[in-house]
Design a protein around this ligand. Structure first.
Ligand code: F6R
Length: 248
């Protein structure tokens, strides 16, 4: 895993944008695996700003998202589909029909998981963007998820429900289940870019980079990926013991 430590979140977002830009410049019809959560917001803002200023086009870009709450419609302002439109898709010229996310209202969840796995197999991702949970989760793959798991439904843990409650009016409104790509789907991406910001991620980052590779810390699987970049700000990287590249 290539590790880049930045002094702050703004620099992290700029470095992440450089990685994303390189993928898009090399391949204007690249498949981008995208994530929600607070961490990629700086990157998405830079993509939107760059599109506005330089006219960089996303018309041939395709996007697949990691996960979606179960039971929320795409129009619900807490759905990840809504998040992606609001924070990125509506601010660039990507075609909505080229953006994919699990259907939170699917009547048959098992069928929806199979549909999504087939879609991922047909659209190999050139890059997969990730954030990391305080417990080392990636997407909604909580500790203990087998590494060979593909898209599946999960019952969210109390800690993930509590962490996500900040986006809802009350904790009771946070859905209790979600669809998520599995560790295997994530690992299949050609390149992985994982971002970590803030002190609350420091323990998970330490385990991911320097700990044992174990399903108890899902992100540790990324140590095995041939092309994985972690960009962490100084707080998220504060417990790392190795000597890593510092970016200004
Ligand atoms: C988002 C996702 C989650 C988040 C993680 C970190 O699609 O799957 O795994 O990446 O929970 O969330 P933030 O960025 O809000 O700290």
């Amino acid at each position: 895993m290539k590790v880049i430590i930045t002094k702050d979140y703004q620099t992290l977002s700029k470095k992440a944008f450089d990685v994303m830009k390189e993928v898009i410049e090399k391949k204007p019809d690249a498949v981008l695996g995208l994530a929600t959560g607070s961490t990629p917001l700086g990157l998405y803002a830079l993509m939107a700003e760059d599109h506005l200023k330089t006219g960089r086009s996303y018309r041939d870009i395709r996007a697949v998202n990691l996960d979606e709450y179960y039971g929320l419609s795409p129009e619900n302002d807490q759905s990840y589909r809504y998040f992606m439109r609001h924070n990125l898709f509506d601010k660039i010229d990507i075609l909505l029909e080229n953006t994919h996310i699990e259907n939170g209202l699917a009547a048959d969840p098992a069928e929806e998981c199979a549909r999504y796995n087939a879609l991922l197999a047909a659209m190999p991702r050139d890059i997969q963007l990730l954030g990391i949970g305080e417990n080392g989760h990636i997407a909604f793959n909580e500790p203990g998820t087998p590494f060979d798991e593909e898209t599946h439904t999960v019952k969210l843990t109390e800690s993930t429900i509590a962490a996500n409650a900040r986006f809802f009016k009350s904790i009771d409104e946070v859905p209790r289940a979600a669809f998520t790509m599995g560790p295997k789907n994530i690992f299949d991406a050609k390149k992985i870019l994982i971002l970590a910001t803030g002190k609350n991620k420091a323990q998970a980052v330490r385990g991911m980079v320097e700990g044992e590779v174990t399903p108890d810390l899902p992100a540790s699987l990324l140590q095995k990926h041939p092309d994985c970049i972690l960009i962490a700000d100084s707080e998220a990287a504060s417990l790392l013991e190795g000597d890593y590249h510092k970016a200004e």
